[in-house]
Design a protein around this ligand. Structure first.
Ligand code: ZN
Length: 83
């Protein structure tokens, strides 16, 4: 599980660490349960700062990015450098 843009794991992102601590669960469980951008098939999510940096895409667009990033053989293609 990683953010589509910064490629950080939930346990590396402050907002999820804090929320997960408050709810006494792991950052990963928190994202799986409560992060609206989490997509289970590709196992990507988009952290808040990246979501804003991407221009707050609607969910179907975001999932399109996830599917593009997840290569056919399951290899993750690094997200292109932001403008
Ligand atoms: Zn991110």
């Amino acid at each position: 599980m990683q953010c589509i843009r910064c490629q950080q794991h939930p346990s590396q992102i402050e907002e999820y660490k804090e929320a997960a601590y408050d709810m006494e669960m792991s950052p990963e469980s928190y994202v799986r349960m409560d992060e609206g951008t989490y997509h289970s098939r590709t196992d990507f999510f988009c952290c808040t700062s990246c979501y804003v940096a991407l221009g707050a895409p609607v969910l179907p667009d975001l999932i399109g990015m996830y599917e593009h990033a997840m290569g056919k053989d399951g290899t993750i293609i690094p997200f292109p450098t932001q403008k």
